[in-house]
Design a protein around this ligand. Structure first.
Ligand code: SF4
Length: 494
């Protein structure tokens, strides 16, 4: 049996980092972790190949070779998914599909032969058993949560690691919170489930053995969902392994804001090699936080929380939302002011959209305010429901937020604010000097000579050299990110 695993293409988005990847000669941010894990669950005797359309082309010969195609995708890959399905149909090859897009929107994919949904550790073995007995059905689902201690190590051998800027690992699934707009609890549950320390070390070892060095992304939606296990088991094991292997990786992840209340946890994360954490800050407007049940962000000084995390040695990337029912017309200026003050350089601001099956979606359905499905692109200039605020006011306000935040002046100002607060780990800078050097030289040409941000670029470099010389690599990296964000938004803002 020949299995072809296909990862559909992402459009150019905030998170694609397409324009930044060119500086380090990489094709995509990270590999398809879900499909690589699925590959490890398929029978050993099967021949397996993987085509990640974000780094290579899918040829008709690939489809001719395959007996069965496996597709996994997120909502934002929807357009590419439709094309892949049409090509598989034309090539008369059977399709098995799973992952977040198919799990939440399966009704839209009736032509897929086998929908293997929810947690693959549970549904895939059922499908494979039926397939072996020639009785494979159309729909496999479960309301159970898988035991992650049984999840295998991804088959890294199916990809060329050198094409990716970072490699990803999953430690946990599920989040104890229950934000109204979020589909994570729907897909992964509210009780965090975790892998064991031996599994994590085995996965790190497998990435190390592949020769990859650099950034490893823990893809968990809330890495600190189970703090006790992290502090007592996982982080000590990672710290020991990183010391033993002489710090081959830096780590980034996602967490909830109360990380800032746990000094010991932040210290351990930094010692383990974490240097960036994405946090859903959403909004400084209390009534809107209450509306979306983001209670962990309420009644706290959000600016102080962000600073606390930055001071511990973790860069904070932030998610922000406009378009809540409770947002006043001043929300756009409030968000701009907050983000500028916070020094959250990578600030992903989106308009609230209702993802299928979320609590928000169900509420809006009842209120007869739903208009269409979402595109899955967090920075789309549209919303899929009737907002309380005037629609044009919302869209124009949103454009103003993006236009301001990603103008070179405001962006570079934010970088300086961040660098003033940031206290990075000593170990980090030593290992990636060569990468920094190559990207630095290119940044001088693209940003310092040709780019419209050249004044701000040189001003930042000079400022950093004088005030925080150790942070030159961060200044260059963030300048390159800024170039990507500017390109993405400039194209769309016109
Ligand atoms: S904290 Fe984050 S992952 Fe958890 S429910 Fe809220 S938005 Fe989702």
């Amino acid at each position: 049996m020949k299995a072809l695993l296909i990862y559909p293409e992402f459009p150019d988005t905030f998170w694609s980092f397409r324009y930044a990847l060119k500086f380090i000669h990489r094709k995509a941010s990270s590999p398809p972790l879900g499909l690589l894990t699925i590959a490890a669950m398929l029978p050993e005797a099967w021949e397996k190949r993987l085509v990640d359309m974000n780094v290579e082309r899918l040829y008709d010969d690939d489809l001719k070779w395959a007996d069965l195609v496996f597709i996994s995708a997120m909502s934002v890959q929807k357009e590419s998914v439709k094309e892949v399905i049409a090509r598989c149909k034309a090539a008369e090859v059977g399709i098995v599909a799973g992952g977040p897009l198919f799990t939440t929107e399966y009704e839209a994919f009736g032509t897929v032969d086998h929908l293997v949904l929810n947690e693959a550790e549970i549904t895939l073995p059922r499908f494979l058993k039926d397939f072996e007995n020639c009785v494979a059905g159309h729909f496999y689902t479960t309301d159970q949560w898988a035991d992650m201690r049984k999840t295998p190590v991804p088959l890294w051998g199916l990809i060329n690691m050198k094409r990716y800027a970072s490699i990803n690992i999953q430690y946990s699934r599920g989040c104890p919170f229950n934000c109204e707009f979020c589909d994570i609890t729907l897909l992964c549950g509210r009780t965090p489930r975790t892998k064991d320390k031996d599994q994590i070390i085995m996965e790190l070892e497998s990435v190390y053995a592949s020769g990859f060095r650099g950034q490893v992304f823990f893809v968990d939606d809330n890495f600190i969902g189970n703090k006790k296990k992290l502090k007592e088991e996982i982080l000590p094991a990672i710290i020991e392994w990183m010391d033993m292997r002489k710090h081959p990786f830096t780590f980034n992840t996602q967490a909830s804001i109360e990380l800032s209340d746990h000094k010991d946890l932040m210290e351990m994360m930094v010692r383990a090699g974490f240097d960036v954490v994405f946090i859903g800050i959403e909004t400084p407007h209390e009534q809107s936080l209450a509306e979306c049940s983001k209670f962990q962000n309420k009644n706290r000084d959000l600016l102080a929380s962000v600073r606390n995390i930055q001071k511990s040695g973790l860069e904070v990337q932030g998610g922000f939302i406009v378009g809540f029912d409770n947002d006043p017309p001043t929300i756009f200026d409030t968000q701009i002011e907050f983000i500028q003050k916070s020094g959250v350089v990578t600030a992903m601001v989106g308009i609230l959209n209702a993802l299928p099956r979320t609590k928000l979606y169900e509420r809006l359905k009842k209120e007869q305010r739903l208009l269409k499905e979402t595109s899955g692109n967090n920075t789309d200039f549209s919303t899929n429901f009737i907002p309380v605020m005037d629609y044009d006011l919302l869209i124009n306000g949103y454009k103003k937020v993006l236009g301001t935040l990603y103008s070179p002046r405001h962006y570079y100002e934010r970088v300086r604010t961040f660098l003033r607060e940031y206290a990075p780990s000593q170990k980090k800078l030593f290992h990636f000097r060569f990468n920094y050097l190559a990207a630095f030289i290119r940044s001088i040409i693209v940003l310092g000579i040709i780019g419209k941000e050249r004044f701000h670029y040189w001003r930042l470099l000079l400022w950093t050299m004088l005030k925080r010389p150790r942070l030159i690599p961060q200044a260059v990296t963030l300048s390159i990110y800024g170039f990507h964000f500017r390109k993405i938004f400039e194209k769309r803002l016109g």
